[in-house]
Ligand binder design. Structure first.
Ligand SMILES: Cc1cc2nc3c(=O)[nH]c(=O)nc-3n(C[C@H](O)[C@H](O)[C@H](O)COP(=O)(O)O)c2cc1C
Length: 308
């Protein structure tokens, strides 16, 4: 038996601790009930909360639609921007048919023809946007292989080529540095998702920790910033917005509600996140999402589970 390794390299745990170490002050006098609506990439949404780019979800409890289709309907009913991840075109068509405004995140396939085909198909069935999760390029044995599909290194020129192929907004997912954020902006991306893709990189910096630097670096670029990883409450969303995001995506936090109660479960979950966000905005004196800043945050360096 080896010596037990007590060091925590899991970025999910590090991220959770960092987020929990940030506290919020109150500013009640002169405050009003806040409005959570946002404009985002030319459209209007009820809140700065988005669904995660998920893939490979089954049908739960014998229900008719699979989890991807169910959460897409919930996103539409809540009037929020929807995301989906790796899938073939027939599955994306079923998501598009729900009527949800959906960004399709395509994998960095080695077969660039497949990337282009999935992009074109997404556009043809009415996708809101298209993107790529660049944090799936590498795997433990070199380049990643996902469900039998080989991935490839992506150069700046390749990404710029994909961006220029479409007139839909292009979203680069898996940005976790100023360097990639600026390259994404220069390649023409309209949005980035600051993310470590639920902990693909050991010791990955919490997305919310790098967010202020990315926000600063993207001043002067017309690029929206979404943050994900570990987001499951209005308080988490509030912190993400205060640290520089335009919107936040929930993740696995959505899954228990999805599995148990399908469309209604996700709707209730998303609405509770939005309600808590409005509550905290009202408590902190920010009437509109665009007003929120980090002046109400306090960085304790502590978390519920001890010193960070
Ligand atoms: C079941 C599942 C499937 C996922 N599939 C994809 C995918 O195909 N493409 C992608 O970019 N991200 C994918 N993700 C990552 C999420 O979009 C998101 O970045 C991550 O779950 C955020 O971390 P959190 O769950 O801790 O909040 C997937 C995550 C899960 C749990």
């Amino acid at each position: 038996m080896g010596t037990e390794n007590t060091r925590i390299s899991d970025a999910n745990i590090i991220t959770e601790r960092y987020m929990d170490s940030i506290l919020i002050e109150e500013r009640l006098i002169d405050s009003k009930v806040a409005d959570t609506s946002i404009g985002f990439l030319g459209d209007d949404f009820d809140m700065p909360v988005m669904t995660p780019a998920f893939s490979h979800l089954n049908k739960y409890n014998g229900r008719k639609l699979n989890g991807l289709e169910e959460y897409s309907i919930a996103a539409k009913d809540c009037n929020i921007l929807n995301f989906c991840g790796m899938m073939e075109n027939d599955q994306f068509k079923r998501i598009a048919d729900t009527g949800a405004k959906t960004v399709r995140i395509v994998k960095p396939y080695a077969d660039s023809g497949k990337v282009k085909d999935q992009m074109q198909f997404a556009k043809s069935v009415g996708a809101f946007g298209i993107g790529m999760d660049i944090d799936h390029i590498f795997g433990e044995n070199g380049l990643d292989v996902v469900v039998g599909e080989k991935m490839a290194e992506q150069t700046f020129d390749m990404i710029r080529g994909y961006v220029e192929l479409t007139d839909l907004p292009f979203v680069i997912k898996g940005v976790l540095s100023v360097s990639d954020a600026v390259k994404s902006a220069k390649a023409g991306a309209k949005a980035i998702i600051v993310s470590h893709h639920h902990g693909r990189l050991p010791y990955a910096i919490p997305p919310m920790m790098i967010l202020p630097k990315i926000r600063e670096a993207l001043k002067g670029y017309d690029v929206k910033i979404i943050v994900d990883c570990g987001i499951g409450s209005g308080a988490d969303v509030f912190k993400g917005l205060a640290l520089g995001a335009d919107a936040c995506a929930v993740g696995r936090s959505m899954l228990p509600s999805l599995e148990k109660d399908g469309i209604d479960g996700v709707k209730n979950f998303l609405l509770s996140v939005g309600n808590e966000l409005r509550y905290i905005m009202s408590f902190t004196g920010f009437s509109r999402v665009s007003d929120i800043d980090d002046s109400v945050l306090h960085f304790t360096g502590l978390s519920a589970s001890g010193n960070f």
